[in-house]
Design a protein around this ligand. Sequence first.
Ligand code: FEO
Length: 169
Amino acid sequence: MLPEKINQALNEQIAKEAYASAYYLAMASWCEQNGFVGTANFFYRQSDEEREHMMKIFKYVNEAEGKAISPGIEQPEHEFDSYTSLFEKALEHERKVTDSIHQITALATDLKDYRTLNLLRWFVDEQLEEENQMQIILDKLKLIKDDGVGLYMLDSELGQRSETTEANE
Ligand code: FEO
C-alpha cells in the first residue's frame, strides 16, 4: 500500500510533469512561429517525453494501490523574449522539477518506501540528463551569440536530434 503522503506528493508530481509537457508545447509553438523548425521538433519531442514521465508516475501510483489523479493544467506563458530565453526558462523549469523529485526522494527515504525509491531513481538520473542537455545548448548559444549561420546550424542539429530519438524508439 502506498503511504498517503507519498500518494499526495506523486499526484503533485504528475501535475508538474503535465505542466512541463504543456510548457514545452508552448515553446514549440513559439519556435514554429519564429522560423526555428528544427527546435520546434525538439520541443515537441520534449513535450511528449514529459507526458511519458507523467504516465510513468500515474501508472505506478495505481499499480502500488494508490489513487492517481488526472491533473488540471494551468496555461503556460506563450511569449518569449528570444530564442536563448527559451532554453534559460527550460533549464530553470527543469531545476524546479529536479528539486521536487529530490524532495519526494527524501520523503520516501524517511518512510522507507523502497518501491517508490526505485521509481524515483530513474527520475533522478533523467533530471540530471535533462538539465545537462539544456545547459549544453545554452553554452553553444554563448559561443554563437547572434550569428545567423550558427543559429541556423543549431536549429538543424536540434531537429535532427529529435528525428534520431524517434528513430531509436
Ligand atoms: Fe519530467 Fe523534465 O521533467
